[in-house]
Design a protein around this ligand. Sequence first.
Ligand code: 0K2
Ligand code: SF4
Length: 332
Amino acid sequence: MTATPDQPATPAGAGKRVLLASPRGYCAGVDRAVIAVEKALEQYGAPIYVRHEIVHNKYVVKTLEKKGAIFVEETAEVPEGSIVMFSAHGVAPVVHEEAAARNLATIDATCPLVTKVHREAVRYAKDDFDILLIGHEGHEEVIGTSGEAPEHITIVDGPADVPDVKVRDESKVVWLSQTTLSVDETMETVDRLKEKFPQLVSPPSDDICYATQNRQIAVKQMGAAADLVIVVGSKNSSNSVRLVEVALGAGARDAHLVDGAEEIDAAWLDGVTTVGLTSGASVPDVLVEGVLEWLSGHGFEDVEIVKAAEESITFSLPKELRRDLRAELGAS
Ligand code: 0K2
Ligand code: SF4
């Protein structure tokens, strides 16, 4: 093609494409937790207190705040006699006790797959195992799971922690994990733990959940082909942050985490023809749509889906939503 003043040699969008990960965004546990807050607001009216961000996403939290949810970090901040919901990340038993002591009605939006890990911790602690919980120190889910059996649990925050791990009896050690970790890094930690404790027992089933795994598989598939990977998610979302790391590990030249299109820097597109796009498990798809629109405005109109898995899992709403909590509070 010969360039003329009003026809450039290469049309603006030529060769530019977006690889859009599937699955991405909301998992079953997040969907359930967000709907639980909405239903509680419908059923009981505002305010509904939520202990900790229901899921680690700014947009979701702001949207629910506008509808009447009040987010707090501690049970002590909730006025006596109110309704409080626990976030998808789970809480330690002591938090249930604190809520009961303040005469709060509780709705537990802990993801059933997090509850499964809590149950494993309780069972192994009962059998007097030392439990090596692989996870990020200070993360809400890790605080909740460790609270099930604090005297039995040691947190192992990645492979570098392994040399310092001590146990009482090397023949009774099990590893469990946070649900939203990098699969590859966790396996590296487990390999090192196994070298140190050859009799280490593995959890009965995967603790890193299906949604975390599928989103990582998808981003790996696109990573090698992408010059730039954009992950939509909030900075405190463990699974979203992991997607950036996995993209880079898979060969993406560059990768960034953004809460939405407004955080994208146009300079990231310099010399880029293929953009990979995905989102964490706590991210509503409207935010991804915003990024697609922004990319389209910058010449990236072609969108190809990179399909890594089919997801059909759903969870029923927290059982407390089927009871009349206001009546229960009034009666007590
Ligand atoms: O990935 P994180 O555990 O930080 O949490 P979110 O971003 O809120 O994603 C939902 C997972 C919640 C529990 O596993
Ligand atoms: Fe549950 Fe996994 Fe979603 Fe966490 S990321 S809420 S464990 S389905």
